[in-house]
Every structure is written in structure tokens, then in C-alpha cells.
Design a protein around this ligand. Sequence first.
Ligand SMILES: [Zn+2]
Length: 211
Amino acid sequence: MENGLVEISDPHFIVELMYAGTDHNMTGCPVYTELGLGNRALIRRELWQALQRLIPYLENTGRRMKIYDACRPVEAHNRLVGIIPRDGFFAPEASSSPHCRAAAVDVSLIGEDGRELIYPTLVDAYDPAYAREVQTGRFDNFFTYLKKASHAYRDENRPETVRNRDELRKLMEQAGLVPPPRLHEWWHYELPDGRSEKYPLIYMKDISKKA
Ligand SMILES: [Zn+2]
């Protein structure tokens, strides 16, 4: 693909981008589809090289990795911020999101039975009830719930959720990726230098439009 970007297209990975549809989307708006990106997970070649290191693990366990977000073009980021212009939700500037540099992915693991492993929250702390509140401009309950998305969160009652989160982190770190600096989203991994100018911001003009 153009500009050193790779489109994830591999049976070990399931691509269901949150912001391409409405089912698992805090904003309720299929921004990627409206802009013409569609359900295409584009990432830097270096990030794809890291994800490919997971394939032996995925084959041995019969698991697959689900990709919820990858490259988020600047126009898409700005539109998402415009829909939910609230601090602590989307990065206020596209330049501070490694997704806008195609250097980050949001992921979870899918078990052999086709069901997602259980984690302290769903990816993006998505919960339909909170999503509805967020879409009407109410954030308190969501931000309380979002605390469970932190790597620091412990849950004695549901130890498996924390174990799955920690195993995912170990796996991703072994592949050469890092969690976000504030460790506040268990599903987010990026290249160690993914926030740097080494990876320029991606605009829709940088990718061929094909929904
Ligand atoms: Zn992310």
C-alpha cells in the first residue's frame, strides 16, 4: 500500500473498526464509512511487523485478534472530537493521537469458540447504556466506569478479567509494542515511537478512498 501503510488482511485478525459502524461506537456516528475509509485497518509497516510476531501464539492457542481501531485519519479524528467535544474522551488534537499516525491499534483476543475473552471492560469501555448517556452529553457514569479500563485496576471478584488484560499486555510487549503512557486503556497498543514525527499524520488524501 501507498505511504508505507499496510492494510490488515490476514485470517489471524478480525477487522471490525468501531467508528466504521454503529454497533460498538460511542459517538453513534459511522465516521470512517462516511469519509470513505470504511472498515479498512491501515497501519504502519513497522506496526504490522510487530503484529505478525503474534501469529505463532494465535495459531498455538486457536485464538484470533480483533482490531477495533487502527489508522484514524485527521479528518475522522476531528469529526469524532466535534461529536464529543469533551476532555478525556478523544485526544483534543489529532497530533497527540498515535492512531492519526497509523501507529496504534485497539485490540482484544477472540477465543477458539469465537467469543471475546473477558476483560475488565469492553474495548473503548463501550457499554450501550453509557454510550447512550455519552451521546446525550452526560459523562459522569461513563468516566467512573472508564477507571476500570486502567492497567492499575484490580478486581478480586473477576480475577480472570484482569488476568486476560495482563496476558494481552505481556503478549503485545513481547511483540515490541507499548501501552499508552498513562496506562488508562487496556486495549490500546502503539509503536514505542508512535507519537513522534517519524510517523507523519495521515489525512484522507494519503489513502485511496474505497469504502
Ligand atoms: Zn487506541
